[in-house]
Design a protein around this ligand. Structure first.
Ligand code: 13P
Ligand code: SF4
Length: 315
């Protein structure tokens, strides 16, 4: 099938089956185009929780689809490529986290949403890059905290909140590999351009960024910025939405990373239009989770959403 045929079949199947397509900003352009909602992890989790569609097709990575299933277990949740994982989720499993917790009695566990359902079930609170700082600030000042699994996001939140959270040693392979030197070079070439970065980047890179935030927060910053050029330190899939919303602005990335190269998340890019079509047609791969696991993992995610509403981060 041609790309256009695939797109019209996806739209037809979506209507016929009362399905909704949720897409992350790092998905390929064609998937972003055909998604009903595009967003960061927080917005997509909220959308998954409130949808009344019969089927949720999650165009993102496995932990995102799992989160959708946990929040809305009566829906069928599909992921076009079940192998679309995440290095952070892979860095930490339930058993290892249980052992880690034993070393730090009296600590609660705050986990970044980029983790498996098993890890969520071992956690007291979940956060995303869009709410982490505010949620941690809302916890009692003397609370002892283990933060898993992203040591870069955890370190960044420690620096912003003055906490001393114990950090699990995981990284996003994509953001951690971005080098401060390449961005410093860009900053000297484009001194008028502010630099935005995702908090999964390493601390050396974050130290030279002008704005640090989730994918959605970076988009908001750019929208409001009067600068005509912006340096972008995150996965290049987001450039599609950045350019769409800001046709008059120029986005600067290290050479070669604008289309298909070093900064791409290979997991996010596993989903293709063809796999999306097949997954809607055959209603698989489906995310299936044990009901006990769903119950345990749901508590810290719902706590995150409730706190985010109380703190005015989401509506
Ligand atoms: P956001 O929640 O900022 O969209 O991040 C998701 C992610 O996987 C970043 O690598
Ligand atoms: Fe995971 Fe990094 Fe890919 Fe996001 S960009 S899904 S954190 S590997």
């Amino acid at each position: 099938m041609t790309k256009d045929e695939l797109k019209s079949e996806i739209i037809r199947l979506k209507k016929e089956k009362r399905a909704v397509i949720l897409g992350h900003y790092y998905q390929i352009d064609d998937i972003q185009d055909i998604s009903d909602y595009i967003g960061d992890s927080l917005a997509l989790a909220q959308e998954a929780q409130r949808t009344d569609a019969d089927i949720i097709v999650f165009c993102g990575v496995h932990f995102m689809a799992e989160t959708a299933k946990i929040l809305n277990p009566s829906r069928k949740v599909l992921l076009p490529d079940v192998a679309a994982s995440c290095s952070l989720a892979e860095s930490c499993n339930g058993e290892d986290l249980r052992k880690f917790k034993e070393q730090y009695p009296g600590h609660i566990v705050v986990s970044y949403v980029n983790c498996s359902a098993e890890v969520k079930a071992e956690s007291d609170l979940i956060c995303t890059s869009g709410n982490a700082e505010k949620l941690i600030n809302a916890l009692p000042a003397d609370e002892k905290i283990i933060f898993a699994p992203d040591r870069n996001l955890g370190g960044y939140i420690n620096s912003k909140t003055g906490r001393n959270m114990v950090l699990w040693d995981g990284v996003c392979v994509v953001h951690d590999a971005m080098e401060a030197e390449s961005f410093l070079k860009l900053k000297s070439e484009y001194p008028d351009a502010p630099m935005v970065a995702h908090p999964e980047c390493n601390s050396a890179l974050l130290a030279v960024a002008d704005f640090i935030g989730s994918t959605k927060a970076m988009l908001n910053y750019i929208q409001k910025s009067e600068s005509k050029r912006i340096i972008v330190a995150t996965e290049p899939g987001i450039l599609y939405e950045m350019k769409k919303n800001n046709p008059d602005k120029e986005f600067i990335v290290p050479s070669g990373s604008d289309s298909c190269s070093c900064n791409e998340c290979s997991y996010m890019k596993m989903n293709t239009l063809e796999k999306l079509y097949l997954c809607l047609r055959d209603e698989k791969p489906e995310i299936i989770l044990d009901s006990d696991l769903i119950e345990k993992a749901k508590t810290p995610i719902v706590r995150m959403l409730d706190m985010s509403k109380e703190l005015g981060i989401i509506k």
